[in-house]
Each structure stands twice: as C-alpha cells, then as structure tokens.
Ligand binder design. Structure first.
Ligand code: IPE
Ligand code: IPE
Ligand code: MG
Length: 262
C-alpha cells in the first residue's frame, strides 16, 4: 500500500495521536424514528466507515472504537445475535476500505467469547491489513476494563509464580505490559456520543489523563462535521498531567530520567 496523503484541517491547537470513541445511541436513534434498534446499529456502520476514513485521512495514529462491551452480552439474544452478524459483515465488507486507506485493524477484549464465525473474519481482516502502515484501528469487542485488569492480574500471578516477575519490580509500566495491547499509547481524546456522561467500563486505566468530549449526537449521525467539532474542542484544551503546564508529562519523564541518573 502506498502512503496515503495526510489532509488535516487546522483546528487551532494540538491534534490527538490516539482517539477512542464510545459509539453510543444507535438504539435511541432508531427508536426516535419508530424503527427497530437493530436498524440503528446498521446505520452506525456508515458512521464507522466515515469516521475511520476521515481519521486516517487526517493522520490520526490510532483509533479505538468501543463496539461491544463485556456487559452488552446482557442484551436480548436477538439483539446480540444481530450485532455479531453485523460485526462479521463489517469485517468482510470494509476490508477494501481499510486497504484503500492503509489502515491496520486489530481488536482488544475477551475475543474468545465472540462467535466463531465473527472471530474467524476478525483474524482474516487482521491478517490482510497487517502490513498496512497508516492508522491503527482497534475494535474493542467483548471488552471491559475491569476484565482487562483481571486478565492482566492472572498473567502477573502466573509470571510471579514462575519466577519471571518480582513484586519489588512491579510499577505502572509493568502493569501496562500485561494489558491487552501495551504497544498502543493511551488515548489523548475519548469521545462519547449520545450525551451520556460515563465511561461504561471503557479503558479506565488508559484514559486516566485523556481529554473527554461528550457529543449529544447519536452515533449514526456522528459524522465528519461532528468529529471536527470534537477536534476543535480538543485543540482548545490545556493538558497538565498533574503538573502546572502542558509539558507536565514531559517534565515528569525528564524528572524520572534525571532521578535514574540518565
Ligand atoms: C451503542 O448503541 C451500540 C452498542 C452498545 C452495541 P446502543 O445500542 O447502546 O444505543 P442506546 O444507548 O440504546 O441508544
Ligand atoms: C457502551 O454503551 C458500550 C458501547 C458503546 C459498545 P452502553 O450503551 O452499553 O453503555 P451504558 O449501558 O449506557 O452505560
Ligand atoms: Mg447505549
């Protein structure tokens, strides 16, 4: 795949390297139109396509989309089954768009809980897009932050028992290495659509210092213009990471380096 040309509007400030989105409000979007909830999920796929393409075009490095939570299994069987069918269709149908945009797809969550057919298409799409050099698209599927931490803890205990890990060496970076996808940096911006002001078990550890943006627009209507609005809001934020200025994080890294005598 050739390198795609990056076209980024000027948002008047910093631009996020990693955007994470809680794609909420599909059901409400449909219900308000007297339609079945599942039609909202179907329409939501058009937003996934538009937001993914636009993020890739603007040079976002990573985009994480919360598509199905660990708690969403509690929904009626028919809705869950249809969501899984839509996921499978998405993975097959969007391969061409992902290739066109040089996007590499991966997933986080308890993927072994997905239906076999959906998991097989996920693996195929990951495989086909593996060499793409542009944006990384991560789907959070059967994902819950608490299960991620529980899964991490299990592996920590295994490694400690096997003598590969010493309690004295455990710090934040150690814990990060046991999370689902340690290589992807924390999200800079977490967007939630449809107005709810909660994280719903999404990236609790990783979003510690993310900027939060809530849009009142339901996911099926969240498109390029709404994304740009979120990016303008992000550009105007002042991130401090507990320090006194925008460089709080850099200052912290500098301080750690100098403590280590580097
Ligand atoms: C988000 O839309 C999609 C999933 C959680 C799978 P919802 O289905 O939660 O829509 P609302 O919140 O009921 O409107
Ligand atoms: C969060 O939305 C999960 C996804 C968007 C996949 P929910 O609709 O499941 O969250 P709650 O139940 O309103 O907190
Ligand atoms: Mg919802």
């Amino acid at each position: 795949m050739g390198k795609a040309r990056i076209v980024r509007p000027d948002f008047g400030g910093a631009f996020p390297a990693h955007i994470a989105v809680i794609m909420d409000g599909n059901g409400r979007w449909a219900e308000r139109r007297g339609m079945q909830r599942i039609l909202g999920h179907r329409e939501g796929i058009a937003s996934v396509r538009e937001i993914t393409t636009e993020c890739a075009r603007m040079g976002v490095e990573s985009l994480t989309l919360y598509a199905f939570s660990a708690e969403n299994w509690k929904r009626p069987t028919l809705e869950v089954r249809t969501l899984m069918q839509l996921l499978r269709l998405f993975l097959v149908k969007e391969r061409a768009t992902l290739m066109e945009n040089d996007v590499r797809l991966s997933a986080i969550g308890r993927l072994e809980e997905l239906p076999k057919a959906a998991l097989a298409e996920l693996r195929r799409t990951e495989e086909q897009t593996r060499a793409n050099q542009g944006m990384r698209l991560r789907l959070a599927l059967s994902y819950g932050s608490r299960s991620e931490v529980a899964d991490a803890l299990k592996k920590v205990i295994e490694d400690a028992r096997a003598g590969r890990l010493d309690a004295a060496d455990v710090d934040e970076e150690t814990l990060r290495r046991y999370l689902y996808d340690p290589a992807t940096p924390d999200p800079d911006l977490v967007i939630r659509t449809a107005g709810e002001m909660r994280l719903s078990n999404f990236l609790l550890w990783q979003a510690s210092y993310s900027e939060l943006y809530v849009s009142s627009v339901c996911w099926p209507e969240f498109r390029k213009a709404e994304l740009h609005e979120a990016l303008r809001a992000y550009a105007s934020r002042k991130r401090k990471f507990g320090g006194l200025d925008q460089d709080g994080r850099d200052a912290d890294a500098r301080a750690r380096r100098s403590r280590r005598g580097a």
